[in-house]
Design a protein around this ligand. Structure first.
Ligand code: BMA
Length: 316
């Protein structure tokens, strides 16, 4: 049952990518997203019927609606000695274009028997990809990079967390943290940024690469709540101060999208809308969010960028 659109509106022909669009796929879901040479690029996680490991493929589009998934994987489990053993589940790529270096950085979680670390990689052209380093200890699942240095340092958001899950004890959960680095490898000056603040995100929250707007850094987030039937993943947003992103200027009190459409409610993991980012078309005052539905497909929701900023500022 669809709720009245608030902030984000679903594209009428959703989903835009489904398992049927890739031979042998069981799922095409949660994607990094950016623009490259006038095209919309999605880094999509693909699960195959006959392969236990997910991989990440490039999907590209000239109109932002019709995507072609390249057949060869772009990111597979790392073969580097220092990363490979920690990289057993390549999904959730969070993509940041860094104009100063004309480089696209990718941060993603790496799963292993030792826990979930954060892995950094990069590409310049979406043809070749390079793993760089492990940049966070377990358990850290949601790393993402700001698109420019702040007061001379790289800045990132992430969500360290505890494996002990007790929805009634927030002390046991990781929240969103901010940290800084001189070189992208060594991170410090950690600051707690945001903890769950509403029922729809009361179990946990996770960030995406911040988008620069004239009013502040816009951060789309996912928020999880727990009921007797399991977890529900919604999407929301918060706004951070441009000069000092440890200062929260605003946050949406309600969710902007909840898993109500059939492709969000039914699938491999039901009741999930999940995003690894968003694309801002500043001249058109438009925000595009390519999100995963039920860990099975990819759908699109759009908004007026200024309206999302306004919702955050007013705490609606
Ligand atoms: C999170 C991530 C996402 C996934 C979500 C729901 O922890 O692993 O990839 O969409 O769970 O299963």
């Amino acid at each position: 049952m669809l709720t009245e659109p608030f902030g984000l509106t679903r594209y009428e022909n959703n989903p835009i990518l489904a398992p049927k669009d890739f031979p042998g796929a069981d799922a095409i879901f949660n994607c990094g997203q950016t623009m490259y040479k006038g095209k919309t690029i999605l880094l999509v996680a693909v699960m195959l019927r006959n392969d236990p490991l997910p991989r990440i493929h490039v999907a590209e589009s000239t109109d932002g609606l019709h995507f072609k998934v390249r057949p060869t994987p772009f990111i597979k489990k790392s073969i580097l000695a220092h990363i490979g053993p920690l990289d057993n589940w390549p999904i959730d790529p969070r993509l940041t274009y860094f104009p100063e270096e004309d480089c696209y950085y990718i941060m993603r979680p790496g799963n292993s028997e030792h826990g979930c670390v954060a892995i950094l990689g990069k590409t310049k052209d979406f043809e070749t990809y390079e793993d760089i380093e492990v940049i966070a200890l377990p358990h850290n699942r949601v790393p993402c990079l700001f698109p420019e240095k702040i007061n001379g340092s790289y800045a990132r958001l992430d969500r360290p967390y505890s494996l002990i899950s007790d929805p009634h004890n927030h002390q046991q959960y990781g929240h969103i943290w901010l940290s800084y680095s001189p070189d992208l490898i060594h991170w410090g000056r950690h600051r707690i940024l945001l903890a769950p603040w509403a029922q729809w995100n009361s179990t946990k929250i996770g960030p995406t690469p911040p988008i620069k707007t004239k009013d502040g850094w816009l951060m789309m987030i996912h928020g999880v709540s727990t009921s007797c039937t399991g977890q529900r993943y919604c999407l929301g947003a918060a706004l951070l101060d441009l000069e000092d992103p440890s200062r929260i200027i605003g946050k949406a009190n309600g969710y902007l999208l909840s898993p109500d459409a059939d492709y969000e409610f039914m699938g491999r993991v039901p009741n999930v809308v999940f995003t690894c980012g968003a694309i801002a078309d500043l001249e058109e005052d438009r925000l595009r969010v390519y999100y995963g539905g039920a860990d099975t497909c990819i759908a699109l929701a759009t908004a007026k960028l200024s309206e999302i900023v306004d919702i955050c500022k007013k705490g609606l």
